[in-house]
Design a binder for this molecule. Structure first.
Ligand code: NAD
Length: 495
């Protein structure tokens, strides 16, 4: 196995404010470590109130500058160039994201980085082509009135991101925000400073005006994240992360009536009927449980399998899970990365313990794999499958965000709908069946924002994306993003 040591010269990840890279005025930094082997890859500037103030001020000023004067066509053309520049610097983005998250190169190359670039293209198109509504209104004098709505940017948008797919999730918000003419202050996760910083270079290279895209690194509570959410001159917050954090952010924004768009946690159910295409269901379920080492908000942590194929399904999933190969992300044979941090590993391992204590049958995994050399220092856990737990067990109810799932048998449709809905979350579900009438029935009854039938994570970026219940507020994607990133203004003209 080839293993690439960390650079002997750790990087400096600086804030990007008003078109310039800058350190914190306090001089404070924190360490970013590589998940594969715990090597130090860089020092990250730790932003505080001062940096948030400066970034918000720059973002506000940019709204009144050249950015605010641009037509939607001019803005869209610039965003197309952002996408092209990400593609031109593809290898830099792949390397930065791979260093931050430790996930296999193939996933970066085929999904996460191209999708990051694609977000700029699609939202540039959406903003250019969206229609507005108009009404003719009758008036007593018979002459009537004409109403039409125009969209204007909401203003300065605070963007708070998680670490599990850093570029993809950040651009999913930054691209529509900018396409609609807003300016942004991004607070990336403290665990993934790389690609947000690199995007600053891209913005300068293609001529995005200063202050339009700002990045302040730092932590969440009592740090850059909290200062951003409470800032009086930030108009709205778009946040992806844990449900608990969402609640804190909502409270922080309440005093200034900030609009929020939330993409939060999940405890997603996979439902496998006996009539499914067995191989396709196994293949899709493998991805939905283990992709990104289980660190995908849409991932499946609860599986319900119809009784006639339960034993066969569990055995097949076990066999495939045991064939996953953890290792160096550069190595093309690697199919499983590590968790993001030591803290995340401690959390996942605590659930592995809880499962055992609650009486789970550990079908496979449950511990830490052995890796050679420096990789032994990384944040690895074994892919893990449990059966035999009641529905009220902690690992069946709580989001773990690791490479693991519990599998339970079910006997009929009504029962599985009840089981799938018995959760405070409502993000996504994947249904595997050849009976499409049944798939339609279930899709209408499972209380989630996203239903996949005979697939998982098949995304069309024009479709509404978001969760119900405690999995989120609002929908982003395609024209739905415009609902959040613009103010609709009605103009009424008496004729
Ligand atoms: P997190 O909530 O811990 O952190 C997310 C971001 O919020 C980070 O940048 C963090 O610094 C910041 N933050 C934390 N506390 C804050 C505070 N008080 N004020 C302002 N900012 C604060 O989440 P995470 O661990 O980075 O990500 C994993 C979570 O994200 C999981 O729950 C997962 O389901 C969820 N997620 C959801 C989606 C979705 O689309 N629904 C997508 C990806 C991840």
């Amino acid at each position: 196995m080839t293993h690439h040591p960390a650079s002997p010269h750790p990087k400096q990840f600086q804030h990007f404010i008003d078109g310039r890279f800058t350190a914190s005025s306090s001089g404070r930094t924190f360490e970013k470590r590589r998940p594969t082997d715990n090597a130090l890859i860089g020092h990250v500037s730790e932003g505080g109130q001062e940096e948030i103030d400066a970034a918000v001020q720059a973002a506000r000023a940019a709204l009144d500058g050249p950015w605010g004067q641009m037509s939607v066509e001019e803005r869209s053309a610039l965003l197309d160039r952002v996408a092209d520049e990400i593609t031109r610097r593809f290898d830099d983005f792949v390397a930065a994201e791979m260093a931050d998250t430790g996930q296999p190169r193939s996933m970066m190359e085929h999904a996460f980085i191209p999708r990051g670039a694609a977000n700029f293209k699609i939202f540039a198109d959406v903003a250019k082509n969206v229609a507005t509504e108009a009404f003719q209104t009758a008036t007593p004098d018979g002459a009537g009135a004409l109403n039409y709505a125009i969209r204007s940017p909401k203003g300065v948008i605070g963007v708070i991101c998680p670490w599990n797919a850093p570029l993809l999730l950040m651009t999913w918000k930054v691209a529509p925000a900018l396409a609609c003419g807003n300016t942004v202050v991004v607070k990336p996760s403290e665990e993934s400073p790389g690609t947000a910083t690199l995007l600053g270079e891209v913005m300068n290279a293609v001529g995005i005006p200063n202050g339009v895209y700002n990045v302040v690194h730092g932590f969440g509570g009592h740090s850059a994240g909290a200062f951003l959410t409470a800032h009086h001159d930030v108009d709205a917050i778009t946040f992806t992360g844990e449900t608990r954090t969402g609640a804190t952010i909502m409270k922080a924004g309440a005093d200034t009536i900030k609009d929020v768009s939330f993409e939060l946690g999940g405890k997603n159910a996979g439902i496998v009927f006996a009539d499914c295409d067995f191989e396709a269901a196994i293949e899709g379920t493998m991805r939905s449980v283990f992709l990104n080492c289980g660190q995908v908000c849409l991932g499946t942590e609860r599986l319900y399998v119809e009784r006639p194929i339960f034993e066969r399904f569990v055995a097949a999933l076990k066999q495939r899970a045991e064939a996953l190969k953890p290792g160096d992300p550069q190595d093309s044979s690697t199919t499983l990365g590590p968790l993001i941090s030591d803290a995340q590993r401690a959390k996942v391992l605590s659930y592995y313990e809880k499962a055992r204590a609650e009486g789970a049958i550990v079908v496979t995994g449950g511990g830490v794999p052995e890796l050679p050399g420096d990789l032994a220092q990384g944040f690895w856990v074994q892919p893990t499958i449990w059966t035999g737990l009641p529905e009220n067990a902690a690992v069946v109810r709580e989001e773990i965000f690791g490479p693991c799932c519990h599998i339970a048998p079910f006997d009929d449709e009504a029962e599985v709908v009840r089981l799938a809905n018995d959760t405070p979350y409502g993000l996504s579900t994947a249904i595997w069946t050849r009976d499409l009438s049944r798939a339609h029935r279930l899709a209408a009854r499972i209380d989630v924002g996203i239903v996949w039938v005979n697939s998982w994570f098949l995304r069309d970026l024009r479709t509404p994306f978001g969760g119900s219940k405690q999995s989120g507020i609002g929908r982003e994607g395609g024209v739905h993003s415009l609902e959040f990133y613009t103010e609709l203004r009605n103009v009424c003209i008496k004729l």
